[in-house]
Design a protein around this ligand. Sequence first.
Ligand code: 4NP
Length: 149
Amino acid sequence: MVCLGNICRSPLAEGILRTKAEQLNLEIEVDSAGTSNYHIGECPDIRTIRNARNHKIDLSKLKARQFTVKDFDSFDVIMVMDASNYSDVISLARNENDKKKVELILNRVYPNANMSVPDPYFGGEDGFENVFTILNNACEVIVNSLIKK
Ligand code: 4NP
């Protein structure tokens, strides 16, 4: 799961997907990263931690890190939150195989629509709940696609 800062959207997506996978006994490795170096080593935004906690998901032990080219080797699928994350990650791809791994997460819900998960960082608390609803829905589609495999 990749966003810009790795403190709002992608850590929440990581927590939601990991929780759903555990509930279904799906053995997948889930991680998140940011395209920027702005918040390396920091915990998720306090508003994200609080929102996730309201939904029984603990993000308090996560630490932000920056996406690196090695992530193309470590993961089968790289889900990005918005168009700018998409171009930043694609610009690090070494070959077509790397590029094929990168997907806009909302294309799992709205195929080919190329929609972005809104960035809640500069807004109010309701933006965080909105992002939770969007990512919860997307992660439900993702785990269902894994069950059917
Ligand atoms: P995120 O949100 O990409 O969902 O983690 C942001 C976090 C920090 C900044 C921007 C977006 N920032 O400019 O510091």
